[in-house]
Design a protein around this ligand. Structure first.
Ligand code: ATP
Ligand code: MG
Length: 427
């Protein structure tokens, strides 16, 4: 026992240990291949950004900016900083800063941790991970459809067959302004059913009031004027252009006129993929078009569309469906007795690795019995044994732990200089 007190990790921030970490790695590698198939390239931006990037980019009157950001003043230079709560603002900032959209539109992705101060529960953490995909400089609706088709492929690749697609169009600023006036009038009329948050937001961000989960406000929200009914011809044509392409691909969707998404910057297309298998946190992916954001963040105006997937929720689903198993620690486990044998084993292990095999040299306890227990637990296919006799004969004893593919005897003697070749053929 240590005389020191343990230090606990933070609430809502998870540790991921083996074997679960292997599932993450498998998912990440599958995701990279999937993205490469559509020509998306990786961008890495810092976790920390200036706070006003997010207040401006995401919008002052949003859940994220009002109550979820981890922000602090850097005492060294008095800068207000925030741990990124999402990727889009940082990616757009970087694209502008590096003139990245100067010559051509770009397809970009990022993957990593984001931070939001929320009440932790299943599928809701304070540090969580997103796969973020952004198509910068494309007006759509062709690329809007491409993104959705791409997501449908990801669900197929992962064997997820219950994902539902909800779509809406948020129109353009002028259409939103007309709808906004009608909506505020409706909210004024039903002031008595509005909760505190809704009262506060009804003038600053009335659209978000419709996003409420408060059961007492559902009837009012359902009866509210629909933004979709305020769309002009161009916005409708954009929406229909998207739907036609989804129909071409046989993708099923429903129009959800109350889908507004949590961030201020969206226009035209917005969408979410949801499942019933994750309890209250059923949204796995959300996205939409944000044609105004690049200009809002100081760049030359350019249209854009993107989405973010919550990786914890995606993994939760994947693990419900598939038996994702971690690879064994190694293929070959070398056990040894005595200093000289250990040194010989270490050299042989390096040669095995040269030939592309995964090898572990036992370290720690010295008894053969406990070494074999360790070899078994490692998941190795073969144990290579080197003791005094083996050193003298310059031949290792190979013991097949999981039954050799060739059906050979369980144990055999193999000359040191034949070992790599011998094992390589059987592993
Ligand atoms: P929610 O309505 O669940 O709060 P959101 O609208 O805040 O979601 P987005 O900002 O669209 O979520 O983020 C994209 C995705 O990231 C979500 O669809 C979800 O899968 C995931 N996500 C969001 N917040 C969390 C969280 N606190 N913990 C884990 N995953 C999250
Ligand atoms: Mg949220």
């Amino acid at each position: 026992m240590s005389e020191f007190k343990k230090v606990a990790g933070l609430t809502g921030m998870k540790d991921t240990l083996p074997p679960e970490s292997a599932c993450w790695e498998q998912l990440e590698s599958l995701v990279r291949d999937w993205l490469a198939g559509y020509g998306y390239q990786n961008m890495r931006t810092p976790v920390l950004e200036q706070t006003h990037l997010f207040t401006r980019g995401i919008g002052e009157v949003t859940d994220i900016v009002e109550k979820e950001m981890y922000s602090f003043v850097d005492p060294l230079n008095d800068e207000r900083l925030t741990m990124r709560p999402e990727f889009t603002a940082g990616i757009v900032r970087a694209a502008i800063e590096h003139n990245f959209l100067y010559d051509r539109p770009r397809r970009i992705y990022a993957m990593g941790p984001v931070f939001r101060h929320e009440r932790p529960q299943r599928g809701r953490y304070r540090q969580f991970h997103q796969i973020d995909v952004e198509a910068l400089g494309f007006p759509g609706p062709d690329v809007d459809a491409e993104l959705i088709l791409m997501l449908a492929r990801l669900w197929r690749l992962l064997g997820l067959n219950d994902m539902r697609l909800e779509l809406n169009s948020l129109g353009q600023p002028a259409e939103r302004a007309a709808h906004r006036a009608a909506l505020i009038a409706h909210l004024e009329q039903h002031r008595d059913v509005l909760d505190d948050e809704a009262q506060r937001r009804m003038h600053s961000n009335p659209l978000r009031v419709l996003d409420t989960k408060n059961p007492a406000m559902q009837e009012m929200a359902n009866a509210a004027p629909r933004l979709f009914d305020f769309l002009g011809d161009e916005s409708l044509a954009h929406y229909q252009g998207l739907c036609a392409r989804l129909d071409d691909a046989g993708i099923v969707y429903t129009l959800n006129p109350r889908l507004v998404r949590g961030l201020d910057y969206y226009n035209l297309t917005v969408f979410e993929w949801v499942t019933d298998r994750l309890g209250a946190q059923g949204t796995v992916c959300g996205g939409g078009r944000y044609d105004g954001l690049i200009e809002l963040l100081g760049g030359k105006p350019a249209p854009a569309v993107g989405f973010a997937i919550g990786m914890e929720r995606l993994l939760d689903l994947w693990q419900q469906d598939a038996q994702v198993s971690a690879p064994a620690e190694c293929q070959v486990y070398l056990v040894h007795q005595g200093d000289d044998a250990q040194r010989q084993a270490a050299q042989l292990a390096e040669s095995l690795r040269d030939a592309g095999m995964r090898a572990l040299v036992h370290a720690g306890s010295t008894g053969f019995k406990s070494q074999f227990r360790r070899a078994d637990a490692s998941g190795a296919i073969a144990a290579v044994i080197i003791g005094g006799d083996e050193l003298t004969a310059r031949a290792a004893t190979v013991k097949w732990l999981r039954g050799d593919a060739q059906g050979d005897s369980q144990q055999e003697s193999v000359a040191f200089d034949q070992l790599v070749h011998h094992l390589k053929q059987r592993i």
